[in-house]
Design a protein around this ligand. Sequence first.
Ligand code: ADP
Ligand code: ADP
Ligand code: ZN
Ligand code: ZN
Length: 840
Amino acid sequence: MAKTGRDFTGFVRVRGAREHNLKNVNLDIPRDALVVFTGISGSGKSSLAFGTLYAEAQRRYLESVSPYARRLFNQMAIPEVDEIEGLPPAVALQQQRGAASTRSSVGSVTTLSNLLRMLYSRAGDYPAGQSIIYAESFSPNTPEGACTECHGLGKVYEITEKTMVPDDTLTIREKAIASWPSAWQGQNQRDILTTMGYDIDVPWKDLPKKDRDWILFTEEQPVVPVYSGYSHAEIKRFIASKRQPDYMGTFTGAHRYVRHTFANTQSALMKKRVSQYMLSTECPVCHGKRLRQEPLSIKFADYDIAEISRLALNKLATIFEPYAKGVAPALKKMETAHPEKVVVAQRIAEDFLARLQVMLDLGLGYLTIERSTPTLSPGELQRLRLATQVRSNLFGVVYVLDEPSAGLHPADTEALLRALDKLKASGNSLFVVEHEIDVIRHADWIVDVGPAAGEKGGHILYSGLPEGLRGVKESLTRHYIYDDAAKTITDPRIAKDWLKLEGITRNNLLDLNVAFPLGVLTSVSGVSGSGKSSLVSQVLVELVAEQLGLQVDISTDTEADPLENSEVVTLGGKISSGMKNIKRLVVVDQKPIGRTPRSNLATYTGLFDHVRKLFAATPMAKARKFDAGRFSFNVVKGRCPHCEGEGMVMVELLFLPSVYTPCPTCGGTRYNPKTLEVKYKDKNIAEVLGLTVDEAANFFDEEPAISRALEVVREVGLGYLRLGQPATELSGGEAQRIKLATELQRAQHGQTLYVLDEPTTGLHPSDVERLLLQLNRLVDAGNTVILVEHDMEVIAASDWVIDIGPGAGEAGGKIVAEGKPADIVKNKHSRTAPYLAKHI
Ligand code: ADP
Ligand code: ADP
Ligand code: ZN
Ligand code: ZN
């Protein structure tokens, strides 16, 4: 029910918005409506919706709270805007990419866990004689609730001889004790053992048990003289003759070292290293349920609270429905024994069911209460937050959303639109940045930003009722909305060979066999939660990496808790053929290209190496003996000593969040004055880093190596980025395209497998066309590309499609259809088929 011009109750008036690339724009946007911000990537949509509107709403709100409370917010910069009138308070539901993982779960984000605890406490079946238990005691995160054996972790960690000494045929000198530190410190421990008279040259298994136990498990920390490189007999003589030792060394048992490092180290990497020597097993007392026996003895619908938290949400809905409607047989029984509980059970069940319903509507029925949020995709997490908001009964606020359709199959998008409509109907405004045509078509008002990206964008091409966009000549968006969907007539390529996987068991995949064609472009499709990522981004990547002898650190994040990570591996399956045609594996994901401002486009693509060599080759640099290293802001000799090449310094304010300001010494240039005196053509190194890729292409047009690198970056649509733009300012989609560009400029030898998980996220349809062009170039060069995709345009243009499903979670995980796009369309069971049909 789109609105017409007369229906709007009021407008938000924006005057003089200049955030990032916005060109001092003025516009009026209706409240109580669904407003969609469109435009190609980098045009300035987010700068307007988040950087200006949301940032201003937050600033006003924060002015009204105490300075202490203010510090708790992840405060945004004060927006560059003259005036905004009529702005309601705002709630942002942004996709947090690469955000720090927190220990939260689906249940805690949605508050369903609280409701469950209340239900169990007040309306659960108590065994005879068990007195009532408070709601908090059903939480493993409270002292009253946590299992006393495992402290609520559900697991116990054991460090055994077997974990610390994986190969007992080695001697101590040959590093039998793998869990000891590797470098100097490990040598130190071995020297200490020599002084103490232990034989470090017999195989570990031949040492007496008493000695093995002491070395591994002692808590004693003797301090002894160390004479490096001598035998025990020699050392004995030295001690007798009172010869000065190299130093006094402190012994630490291997077990103690692992425990202490794990508990105390600040380094995620160290933590990860020692965690491999810890064996995690299910807690023998609570069997992984994390709670004490008392709370676990209380049941609802025959499940204890840990069991019910492991059921899929759509299963939960079927359990709660009869309770909510008052027809569950269990309620009848309750009626006689505990009449007071009946009302409570029914009330809570009603509330629970209503909240569940919204989540099911948003295509999240396959999740469980227990699922930890770091394992969710950014799109799933955003929809979970959205679902929570729909039930929050707030009104009069504006929700600012970032591509809520990300990760959604078109079949799920309709439900998303219903959820947005509900929020609107309760009197809220919705400002949504979106590329998905079905969402744009549903808008009451469209703001189209453009015409191009970066400096060439930032203008409001159109702000008005959807119909009016049709006449806006400069808009790239209008074609996709008003012209018929382009029909793809491709002649699919033929597979050169097949990569066959057998017996895959992971998440919802059960003993699945699948064959991926090599030398072609394949899309894996299916509704959200059907198992696409489990198959492609998890199993396929891990198996191929293993065969190529690569470390599987592609999917593991060093900042995540190492023990949490090791849990996910429930992998079954193997590659049965096809590996001889794969020499390299490249995963092009949306993770940041670096976590600090020290990485940027120029450093990541390798372009900066060439630039620095050019500067080192100038006459002035030669005269001063400046080498290429001098022009790196990561190297002491060339960089500004005050900010150490960061260009920014952090200023701690007493009662306000600390802020970054340009370094006062170098004025934000990152370099010291002597370095900046060197110029190539008319620019110093800092000025070169300030150029956009487009400008740099002109500036370096006589340098083939640099020009070629810049050209590919332009081809993936990032000509608007500055060479030195810090990694921390780039969106996930931009990071992904930089990775792609880096690959494209590499000499192509073929036989590389490229894996991309939803590469069209954040891309305008016109950017999608460009992306397809690049992917096809990779395939034409003899490589294989496998995508997880929802975009029908991309699926239609693929050579091969593997459709997973039919449903999500337990109702998915099977191959519904596989073949050329034109064949998929004919499949009656595929939920992708009807949507794909429109594009073929
Ligand atoms: P869109 O949302 O349309 O993709 P953005 O609003 O994110 O576009 O970006 C518009 C322009 O502003 C781009 O040139 C982008 O590189 C730049 N930009 C985005 N974030 C920042 C930032 N934090 N600092 C400086 N420039 C930024
Ligand atoms: P898709 O990529 O098609 O959206 P996924 O492969 O992400 O689907 O999910 C398939 C099923 O596996 C879902 O039921 C999902 O909840 C489950 N799942 C996915 N990742 C994990 C994980 N890390 N831990 C537990 N379950 C998972
Ligand atoms: Zn336990
Ligand atoms: Zn400085």
